[in-house]
Design a protein around this ligand. Sequence first.
Ligand SMILES: O=CC(=O)O
Length: 335
Amino acid sequence: MDCNGYRQENHDQNLFPKPKVLVLEPPPVFKFHEDKLSQKFHFLKAWDSPLPLDQFLTTHAHSVQAILSHGTCPVTTNTIRLLPSLGLIVTTSSGLNQIDLQECRRRGVSVAYAGSLFSADVADIAVGLLIDALRKISAGNHYVTQGLWANNGDFSLGSKLGGRKVGIVGLGSIGLEVGKRLESFGCNILYSSRNKKSSVSYPYYSNVCELAANCEVLIICCELNDQTRHMINKEVLLASGKKGLIINVGRGAIIDEQEMVRCLIQGEIAGAGLDVFENEPHVPSELIALDNVVLSPHRAVHTEETLMALVELVMGNLEAFFSNKPLLSPVILDE
Ligand SMILES: O=CC(=O)O
C-alpha cells in the first residue's frame, strides 16, 4: 500500500503499473468502452491467452486481486481457489447466479454488482414484449415485409392490454418498475415474491401456481437461484391456461424451457415474450418457428445510456477497492 492508500502503485502510469484486473470472458461493456476502462486498469484477458484457463490462472495467481465479470460468465469455486490474492469480483450484471457467492463469503472476497442500474430499461422491455405479444407487432412486421398484406392475406386480431390481469413474479426493483408502467396502461397487477411488500397494495400470492391461475399474463422478474430454478414448471404453465402469456426478463432457467415449448406448440398457453433463455445464445428451434412467440437476445439490460453509467460504476468500484475505500455497489453476502 502506498501513501495514497493504493494497494498497488498506479498514480503515474508511465512509471508504475496499473492495477491488474482479470477478465475471464469479455463483458458487454468491453465492446463499447474498453479504451476508457484500460486507461486506469491493466486487464488480463483469459480468453485471449493460448493457455488453458487453469494454467492462465495459476500463472497470474499472485497478481490478481480483482476480477471483472458479467451476467453469463461463471466465476466458479475452482477459479476463486486458484487466486489466493483475490479480494474483489465486480460483475456488470444485476443477477448473481453465475458467481459462487458461498465461496466468496468463505474466502472473504467482496462482490460488487450493477444493483438496480438496469431496472427501468428491463421493465421497458418487459412491457414492450407484452405489448408486442398481445398486439402482434413483430408478427405484423413479418406480415408486411413478407408481402402478405399486399397479397390480401389475413392478419389475425390482437388483444387489448388495458384491463388485463398481470401477475409479476418477483417484486424487486425490476418488478416494481414493471408494475408502475402497467398500472398506467390500466392493467390490474398481482404479484408473488419471497415476502409480501408493505409498499404496494397489489394482491399478493405466496404460491406462484395460484398467481398463474388468477392472472392472464405472468411476467418473470425474479432472480435465478436454487429456489427459482424451473419454478415456472408444467403445473404453473398449465395453471396459466390456454389464454395465458408468459414474459421472461429474469433468467432463462427460471422456466422449464422444454415444458414451455411443449405448452406453446400444443396450445396449452397462448404465447410468450422472451429476452432470456436456458442455454444462451442458443434458442430452441421450435421457438423460432412459432408466430405466437416474440424473441429478444438478452438485451433488456443494455441501452447506450445505461452502459455509459455502468462503466462509471465499474471503474468506481475498482478504484474504491484499489484505494481501500468502501465499494459503490457492494453485494451483501449474508451468513
Ligand atoms: O441479465 C443481466 C443482468 O443480470 O444484469
